[in-house]
Design a protein. Structure first.
Length: 199
C-alpha cells in the first residue's frame, strides 16, 4: 500500500476512534511480537523464526516467499479457487465481484486469514478505511504474525494523520520481518518526525 493524500478532516475524525482502538494492539506488538513457536503449524513457525533472524535481505526474501506460500494455501481446493477468481475479478476491475468471492472464501474457511487480508486491500483501494481496518483486525486475529497486515495498517494510519499509531504498526511489522522495506522506510520517516530518533 502506498501512502495517498490524507483524508479530509471529517472522515479523519470519524475514523479516529477506530484507529485509537487498534493502536493498543499495534503498540503491544511493537514491543514484543508473538512467539512464532506458539503457532500450530511447525513449518510456519520455523519460517517465521528464520525470517526474524535473517541476517540480510536475500535470506529474508527467501523465507518470506515460503511464508506467503503457506499463508495463501487454504488446504481447500474450493477456497483456493475462490481466491483465484477474486484475483481475476480484481484484475478485470470488478472489485464488487472480487469481494463476493472473498466473502464466500471467508465463510467456507473461517480461520483462514488470507481472504480477510485481500478484503482489506480491496477496501483500501476503495478508500474505505474503516472497512479496511476491520478486515485487518480480522486478519491479525487469525494470523498474529502477519507482517503485511501490520504494514498495511500503518499505511492507513499514516494517511489518516495518526502518526503515532502508524509508527507503532510499522514497528510491529518490523518485529516480525526486520527487513521489510516499506515498514523500515515508514518507521524511519515517522520516528524522525515524531521523536528525532532512528527507528
Amino acid at each position: 500500500m502506498s501512502v495517498r493524500k490524507k483524508f479530509s478532516d471529517p472522515i479523519k475524525r470519524a475514523l479516529t476512534a477506530l484507529a485509537a482502538g487498534m493502536l493498543a494492539i499495534s503498540a503491544l506488538a511493537s514491543c514484543e511480537a508473538p512467539d512464532p513457536s506458539s503457532r500450530a503449524d511447525p513449518a510456519l513457525a520455523a519460517l517465521l523464526v528464520g525470517l526474524r533472524m535473517a541476517e540480510d535481505p536475500v535470506a529474508a526474501q527467501a523465507a518470506e516467499a515460503q511464508i506467503w506460500a503457506l499463508w495463501t494455501n487454504s488446504g481447500s481446493a474450493t477456497v483456493d479457487l475462490l481466491l483465484e477468481r477474486a484475483a481475476s475479478a480484481d484484475s478485470a476491475g470488478d472489485r464488487g465481484l472480487a469481494r463476493e468471492f472473498l466473502v464466500q472464501a471467508s465463510e467456507l474457511a473461517p480461520d483462514f486469514a488470507e481472504p480477510w487480508r485481500r478484503r482489506a486491500s480491496l477496501a483500501y483501494e476503495d478508500q474505505d478505511y474503516a472497512t479496511a481496518i476491520r478486515a485487518i483486525e480480522e486478519t491479525l486475529k487469525r494470523e498474529p504474525q502477519h507482517f503485511a497486515a501490520y504494514a498495511g495498517l500503518a499505511a492507513i494510519y499514516e494517511e489518516m494523520g495518526q502518526e503515532a499509531a502508524a509508527l507503532a504498526a510499522y514497528r510491529a511489522a518490523l518485529e516480525i520481518h526486520p527487513h521489510l522495506v516499506s515498514a523500515r522506510q515508514g518507521a524511519q520517516r515517522l520516528s524522525a518526525r515524531l521523536t528525532g530518533e532512528e527507528a
